[in-house]
Design a protein around this ligand. Structure first.
Ligand code: KIV
Length: 259
């Protein structure tokens, strides 16, 4: 059975943690889906992971659609959520509808995600939801605002905590079906998780969120640099390097092929 946004909301009620990871191509998506990951995020972190950019800012809508089509081909069960990239939704609501609509029409994704909770975003979430496009929100450290926020933990002062909490409440009221809490203090994440009836998906936000997400390249040990909250469960960078070096040596010494 395909995971639905209703399942996520039910799992919050049942206190059954939601498991989420990012994917950027068919092979990774297929493995995540086989492992039973609930929510596969085609995050714009693919700009760094798959395209070699130093931030998410250069990623285009076309990049996201291209990668989402590949991811969807590998997924049977998980809910696929796609990031709206920088400057494809912030200009005005019409732009947001056109960008989100293009993703929904051209791929098999179930929902979009957008960053920020300032007033204009609240109206955008409300309008997208109204026309039938499910939206996952994202507050705290929002990487598309890296030029202002850097990659630092957010919500450290009382004022900043109130602002993020109020943004989360407004996004829920606008119709967001879930919300990513990135790199905020554990106490703030607990407060938001208790206050909202939609699921909170944490990344660097402590272990009391309704679910957790990581960038899969960080989990697999593929990334050159890890954020402080990521946990590598494998060392694929070294494994690949060793395998490729071994192959190269075998070819040069005529040990591959064996005859
Ligand atoms: O782009 C991404 O991978 C994300 C996650 C870090 C939540 O937005």
């Amino acid at each position: 059975m395909k995971v639905t946004i209703q399942n996520l909301q039910q799992w919050k009620q049942e206190k059954r943690p939601i498991v989420s990871l990012t994917a950027w191509d068919y092979a990774i998506a297929q493995l995540l889906d086989q492992a039973g990951i609930d929510l596969i995020l085609v995050g714009d972190s693919l700009g760094m992971v798959a395209l070699g950019y130093s931030s998410t800012l250069p990623v285009t809508l076309e990049d996201m659609i291209h990668h989402t089509k590949a991811v969807c081909r590998g997924v049977n069960r998980a809910l696929v959520v796609v990031d709206l990239p920088f400057l494809t939704y912030q200009t005005n609501i019409t732009q947001a509808i056109q960008s989100a609509g293009k993703i929904i029409k051209e791929t098999n994704a179930g929902a979009v995600k957008l960053e920020g909770g300032y007033p204009a975003m609240i109206d955008t979430v409300s309008r997208l939801t109204e026309i039938g496009i499910p939206v996952m929100a994202h507050v705290g450290l929002t990487p598309q605002s890296v030029r202002i926020l850097g990659y630092k933990q957010q919500g450290k002062t009382i004022e900043a905590q109130e602002k993020i909490l109020n943004q989360a409440i407004a996004l829920e009221q606008a119709g967001a079906f879930a919300i990513v809490l990135e790199h905020i203090t554990k106490n703030l994440a607990i407060q938001i998780t208790k206050t909202l009836s939609i699921p909170t998906i944490g990344i660097g936000a402590g272990n009391h969120c309704d679910g957790q997400v990581l960038v899969t390249a960080d989990l697999l040990g593929l990334s050159e640099k890890l954020p402080p909250f990521a946990k590598p469960y494998a060392n694929l960078r070294q494994n690949i390097l060793d395998s490729v070096t071994h192959f190269s040596e075998d070819v040069k010494s005529r040990q591959f092929p064996e005859s």
